[in-house]
Design a protein around this ligand. Structure first.
Ligand SMILES: [Zn+2]
Length: 401
């Protein structure tokens, strides 16, 4: 099935997705769109609205959504890829393709730190980051967009190193703290250099993740001033609640909640962000592959966890994994807006969920079923092999190519 629908579309020409039952925009300020049809041309969204009002003539591909829900493809803000679709951390192949079956269409590397023999000298770590950026830009398992090439800073790096990395195409740092730079002042200086050349930064917050990594507390986090507070709920060991509160209140940076973290601390952080009226700072990741494995449904599980136990509407929880991340990370996907990438996940209530509909089922703590994923206007998968089965699934009703 997945193979058949994939070969039916090549992303060029016009794609019409009609009969959409519910449209989740990814935008906190208006999480549900009043629309039933999306038109895309050459991999970009060109119109969103009611079918009768849109130009749907001469499509290359038409998808009947069968009244299911469409959302922007999910974004995992924190992964540790290494080489293609293989991870040495748990010696698995195909993990990225499995995440696609969990609705993830974009991943952001927090450092390719599981590479056996990872270079830690400065010329080596720069070369490795550039290599990772190139290889993941050129090879996308299942079509998933992987923003990689995230060097882990080490003592002795100078401004020129960051200038050189940026010029070579590096756009993100790996988690500060996973190398030997673990003090606030050094981290702050290097993060500042990175920012000066357009490289975004994140930090390992909390206790050591595996033997060999270190403890990063609130003082280092606040002083380092990275763009994203990487796994503020720990990866896995979280900081005490008072330190988490200090970080939330002490800066305006992104608050990343990860699946491979402390779930109670994730809910605590969410509550603070809500109290502060700053839900736009909340973004989601899995922090996998990790000691606790890979989680193809990790982002969906976070959405369900935060909605059901964190008391936020499901349509808001979807924004944490889509529009919030897209805006914070300057991605072209993540929002249902004209001009954005045609990256979508189509979902429905899982069979036999007690929920009335998709949003209610997530609010009750169930996972939705995925019926289709689309990246750059190309149908990538049909019914997910990993989610519980969706009640209804979309259909490709016509394709000319
Ligand atoms: Zn970490």
């Amino acid at each position: 099935m997945a193979h058949d629908v994939s070969s039916a579309t090549d992303g060029s020409g016009k794609l019409v997705i009609r009969n959409i039952g519910l449209m989740l925009s990814g935008a906190l300020e208006q999480p549900i769109c009043d629309a039933d049809t999306i038109v895309c041309v050459d991999g970009l969204i060109t119109a969103i609205g009611r079918e009768k009002d849109l130009d749907t003539e001469r499509p290359a591909t038409v998808i009947d959504a069968q009244a299911t829900t469409i959302a922007p493809g999910l974004i995992d803000s924190h992964v540790h890829p290494v080489a293609g679709d293989w991870t040495p951390r748990q010696n698995q192949t195909g993990w990225i393709d499995s995440f696609l079956h969990g609705g993830v269409t974009t991943m952001i590397s927090a450092g390719e730190v599981h590479m056996p023999g990872r270079p830690r000298d400065i010329v080596g770590l720069k070369a490795f980051a550039i290599f990772a950026q190139r290889s993941f830009a050129a090879f996308r398992p299942g079509g998933v967009k992987i923003i990689a090439g995230a060097p882990v800073i080490e003592p002795g790096m100078v401004e020129e190193d960051f200038k050189e990395l940026a010029a070579a195409g590096v756009t993100i740092l790996g988690e500060v703290g996973l190398g030997q730079v673990k003090d606030g002042p050094t981290a702050r200086q290097m993060v500042g250099w990175a920012r000066k050349y357009g490289i975004q930064s994140t930090i390992h917050t909390g206790g050591p993740s595996i033997p060999g990594s270190g403890m990063i507390d609130k003082d280092v986090v606040l002083e380092a001033d990275t763009d994203v507070i990487g796994h503020i709920n720990g990866g896995h060991t979280a900081l005490p609640d008072d330190q988490i509160r200090c970080i939330c209140e002490g800066c305006k940076r992104g608050l990343e909640l990860v699946h491979n973290g402390n779930e109670r601390s994730a809910l605590f952080t969410l509550r603070i962000a809500k109290e502060m009226g700053q839900l736009e700072r909340v973004i989601l990741g899995t922090d996998s592959p990790a000691g606790s494995g890979v989680q193809p449904l990790g982002i969906l599980r976070m959405i369900s966890l935060l909605s059901s136990l964190g008391d936020v509407p499901a349509e808001i929880a979807f924004c944490f994994a889509t529009g919030n991340t897209a805006r914070m990370r300057s991605l072209t996907s993540g929002l249902l807006e004209v001009g954005r990438a045609a990256d979508f996940v189509l979902l429905d209530k899982a069979q036999h969920s007690a929920g009335r509909d998709l949003l209610d089922s997530v609010r009750l703590g169930d996972l939705p079923g995925i019926g289709m994923t689309i990246i750059d206007g190309i149908v990538r998968t049909g019914r997910s092999r990993n989610t519980p089965p969706a009640e209804r699934i979309p259909k490709v009703v016509s394709a000319t190519s």
